[in-house]
Design a protein around this ligand. Structure first.
Ligand code: UT7
Length: 325
């Protein structure tokens, strides 16, 4: 059986910055509280005419350029997002159309902030099964459109952006393992009530602010730490490596305290943890591919390095992956 590798990365980051000082003017919060509780200093906000597929498209073009491929080479496009342009068609189809990737099949994955790690597992399985050779995986979010800027417990956390990778069949092993999990019992701790078939858009649903994300932060925090630790341990075991072989830990960027707790439990030294939560906040499924691209670009990842990804999100869903670069 052949292997699967990441052969290109790209990101799209909106220009507009929303700082903690900006949020102090909107809700009862402080720069000090946000920094100490989350590690976030600022996040990016998409321009009003920009939606998830626009950022996903831009990140895809950059990843394709990095991989040295053209649209006709792509066999499949998978987009992980909790904030699609439309409920249907999929954001993957919108990106496929703009790329002119006529040969590609395309679909979205809904796994909250874990979406990109889910996409990695699904993408690898598609290639392993001989159904494709070159895939585009995208994590893209416009979280600002579902964030309630009257709710100080959530609005300080989220930001917009997109990251994409090209996944390809290869002779050299790249994706060494991916471990996924889910527990739907936690669905109400992090969800958006409105806009689906349960509570469609009505004047009342808008008045009740149902079209915004709701989260019970401290419960999610505890579950995230436990699940990311156990998924990481499983992925490390499946990859047949030891934790000290990990060169870089790229966690979902939700909160530096969560990353720090997982790092300690896994006994990974702090200098091996990549963090950019201070600049982007939580970009949900975009956070892992954005962090990956920045780590590559800043020279923190070299050929042959072993990287651990882990993520946790709405569902609940969680996952971890071990990748050789
Ligand atoms: O991406 C998917 C998963 N999402 C996450 O992983 C997010 C997980 N959760 C978290 O990151 C943290 O739980 C938060 C950052 C959301 C909150 O931090 P916390 O340490 O869990 O705080 P808390 O919710 O227990 O709230 C502590 C206090 C409360 O006041 P009282 O009840 O102690 O008087 C809150 O009302 O902090 C208050 N508070 C704030 N104060 C100033 C909550 N939000 C704010 C705020 N500014 N923005």
């Amino acid at each position: 059986m052949s292997d699967v590798r990441i052969v290109g990365t790209g990101i799209s980051i909106p220009q507009k910055i929303l700082s903690n000082a900006d949020l102090e003017k909107v809700v009862d919060t402080s720069d000090e509280w946000i920094r100490t509780r989350t590690g976030i200093a600022e996040r990016r906000i998409a321009a009003p005419d920009v939606a998830t597929s626009d950022m996903g498209y831009e990140a895809s073009v950059r990843a394709m350029h990095d991989a040295g491929i053209v649209s006709e080479d792509i066999d499949a496009i998978i987009v992980a997002t909790a904030t699609p342009d439309y409920l249907f068609p999929s954001t993957a189809c919108l990106i496929q159309s703009r790329l002119g990737a006529k040969r590609a099949f395309a679909f979205d994955i809904s796994a909250g902030c874990t979406g990109f790690v889910y996409a990695l597992k699904v993408g690898k399985a598609i290639i392993d099964a001989g159904n494709a050779e070159i895939l585009l995986l995208v994590g893209a979010e416009t979280m600002s459109r579902v964030t309630d800027y009257e709710d100080r417990t959530t609005c300080i956390l989220f930001g917009d952006g997109a990251g994409a990778v090209v996944l390809a069949k290869s002779e050299i092993p790249g994706i060494l393992s991916v471990s996924l999990g889910a527990d739907g019992d936690g669905w109400q701790l992090l969800y958006m009530p409105g806009g689906g078939s349960r509570i469609p858009a009505t004047e009342e649903s808008v008045r009740e602010r149902h079209h915004y994300l709701k989260m019970q932060g401290s419960n999610v925090f505890k579950e995230a730490v436990k699940a990311m630790e156990s998924a990481s341990i499983e992925a490390i075991r499946k990859a047949d490596i030891t934790p000290d072989e990990i060169d870089l830990f790229i966690s979902h960027q939700a909160n530096y305290r969560i990353m720090e707790a997982v790092r300690r439990r896994l006994d990974i030294p702090s200098e091996k943890v990549f963090m950019n939560v201070d600049r982007y906040g939580n970009t949900s499924s975009a956070s892992v591919p954005i962090a990956l691209e920045e780590a590559v670009r800043s020279g923190k990842i070299r050929r042959g390095d072993i990287i651990l990804f882990s993520a946790f999100g709405a569902g609940f869903t969680w996952g971890a992956a071990v990748v050789r670069w």
